[in-house]
Design a protein around this ligand. Structure first.
Ligand code: FAD
Ligand code: DLZ
Ligand code: SF4
Length: 511
């Protein structure tokens, strides 16, 4: 018996189920760089470089172990450009008795894999991806009978099931959640730690050259590439995060700062999502730091909640609700994406800063994604498909399974409240409180209308007025709707008109 054990670009874990039971003498491991994956959206150049460089390094690790890797490069003249085409070629070359693959992270790839059984004429074994805490089956069980899904409920059940930060069946510290202590603004005189960057080695430099040549028009800078591309790099990043950032992770989780994209955030998502780290080992390391007195409970609990809670929850929702989830558009949002999402050329300093970080690093932390670029898209009524494609392009950590529910469920409320109890909409005052962006802006967060007014202010009110039939009954929005109810019809119409004029003036399209 011989087998092909097909590894996808986000399955770079030695523990991946595909490799279990491998026979080094007879089995082969195809890994393929293909145009379909590099261009199904025009990914940030650093995202492509990160994945291809990590794939090439992972192939070397397997080879050192004596495993035969059948690696196809992007510029191989015989490359057919797709997973299916390349697997077909590999089957023709090696005539295996069977093919193993682990569940992919994207629904469109799962659909392709489902076609392989008939197309390849060999048995294809699809193995569950067990690098997560919660299986898709267990999530479906948890979700059964619920009309909406709330992360906090799921998270508590996961704490109980895994025993993470639990003692005698109770949450360590007597509370599940320390968020109330985690909303500090960034002090003006505080300097965030330097982050670990990894100078590209010869393999990565080759990939960077390739990406520069083949994708010159894709979004993003390439010369600032500093991502790690091996498991050793990812582990070093984890250690550096635990030592330098974790102790303050909770305190400044929601803060934003000009020219400082990372603050105390982990920047581990590209490694987790590509398989260079696993969620259980990262949570175990954080718990260990708490036990050793290296980091306080509010920080460790806050961090664990992001991974054991949010990351697992988002994945569960994706696999439970796809494919229909992609088409949700509860607020009927139809606008095209403004060009400034690609160019960063806007007088709104918060957006210019968040997009500049994104262009430069293929990274922006959660609050920049949710409350700056996401908040604007929500209130401007950008079509979910347009903003979703942008998020999928621009971040090194972006895959459909994690990006889509964050966009449809969190930032655009396209799922109508399936996972969020209210839309994450906020005016300039919130952004001013949590960042230093407004001080460098030509608009003022204190002005509500007119040429000096922060556009987030009138967009906020126009958003609520426009969606009063859908959102007016949401008890979490009772206060702003009471304010609107006190306004005259003329005042509401003027706010709507100001917002429309502003939005209609924004150039759209990929620039
Ligand atoms: P930290 O803030 O340090 O958090 C630690 C870890 O928790 C992250 O590495 C990540 O694995 C996990 N995590 C935290 N929040 C979430 C979340 N909401 N969903 C899933 N995992 C989470 N994350 C992605 O990994 N890929 C995406 O494509 C992606 N798209 C997003 C789109 C939008 C509109 C929003 C609002 C959020 C998105 N996120 C996405 C979630 C989150 O912003 C990133 O995981 C986080 O910014 C990664 O940076 P970090 O490693 O420094 O995270
Ligand atoms: C994102 C990506 C890119 C840009 N390129 C490749 C590639 O050339 N080969 C590959 O195996 N994977 C790539 N990936 C990651 C895949 O898109 C990802 O594995 C699938 O979407 C399944 O989650
Ligand atoms: Fe953004 Fe408004 Fe502040 Fe300018 S004033 S940075 S547009 S929130």
């Amino acid at each position: 018996m011989s087998a092909l054990r097909f590894i996808l670009g986000d399955q770079l874990s030695r523990s991946i189920p595909t490799l279990r039971g491998i026979d080094r003498d007879s089995d082969r491991v195809p890994m393929v760089e293909v145009a379909e994956e590099t261009t199904y959206v025009p990914h940030h150049k650093q995202k492509i470089a990160f994945i291809l460089a990590a794939m090439r390094h992972f192939a070397e690790v397997l080879r050192v172990e004596g495993i035969t890797v059948d690696y196809v490069r992007l510029d191989d003249p015989d490359n057919t450009g797709s997973f299916t085409g390349e697997l077909e070629r590999a089957v023709r070359r090696h005539l295996p008795d069977e093919v193993f693959v682990t569940e992919p992270g994207e629904y469109r790839v799962l659909e392709a894999i489902e076609g392989w059984r008939t197309r390849l004429n060999v048995p294809v074994h699809l193995r569950p991806d067990d690098r997560f805490f919660c299986t898709t089956v267990d999530f479906a069980r948890w979700a059964e009978g619920r009309r909406s899904y709330r992360m906090e409920h799921f998270y508590r059940s996961m704490r109980g099931r895994t025993g993470i930060l639990m003692q005698d069946g109770e949450p360590v510290g007597g509370r599940w959640n320390f968020d109330a202590e985690n909303r500090k603004a960034w002090p003006a005189d505080r300097k965030p730690p330097e982050r670990l960057r990894f100078p590209p080695d010869a393999i990565t430099r080759d990939v960077i050259d390739l990406v520069g040549r083949l994708f010159p028009h894709h979004f993003g800078d390439l010369d600032s590439f500093g991502w790690g591309v091996t498991r050793a790099d990812a582990l070093a990043s984890l250690e550096s995060f635990v030592a330098e950032c974790l102790p303050f992770f909770g305190d400044y989780q929601d803060a934003m700062r000009s020219g400082e994209p990372f603050l105390y955030h982990a920047t581990l998502s590209p490694y987790l999502n590509a398989g260079l780290l696993t969620a259980p080992e990262v949570c175990a390391r954080a718990e260990e730091a708490y036990a050793a007195g290296q980091a306080p409970l509010n920080a460790v609990e806050g961090f664990v909640r992001q991974i054991l809670g949010w990351r697992e929850f988002i994945r569960g929702v994706y696999w439970l609700r796809m494919p229909d989830y992609k088409d949700t558009n509860a607020l009927g949002a139809r606008r095209a994406l403004p060009s400034f999402y690609w160019t960063g050329e806007t007088d709104m300093n918060c957006l210019a800063q968040a997009i500049a970080d994104t262009r430069h690093q293929a990274y922006a932390h959660h609050i920049n994604r949710l409350m700056i670029t996401g908040n604007f898209a929500l209130m401007a009524g950008i079509a979910p498909a347009e903003i979703e494609a942008w998020y999928l392009c621009v971040y090194a950590d972006a895959y459909d399974w994690v990006e889509l529910p964050n966009v449809h469920g969190m930032s655009t409320f396209a799922d109508g409240g399936l996972i969020a109890s209210k839309p994450y909409a906020a005016g300039g005052a919130y952004i001013d409180r949590m960042s230093d962006y407004c001080a460098g802006c030509r608009y003022s967060p204190l002005v509500k209308s007119g040429p000096e007014a922060c556009p987030f202010n009138y967009l906020y009110w126009a958003f609520l007025i426009r969606h009063a039939p859908t959102l007016g009954g949401n008890h979490r929005l009772a206060m702003p709707y009471r304010t609107i109810a006190r306004w005259s019809e003329e005042r509401r119409a003027a706010i709507l008109a100001e917002a429309e004029t502003f939005l209609d003036g924004l150039p759209t399209g990929y620039a």
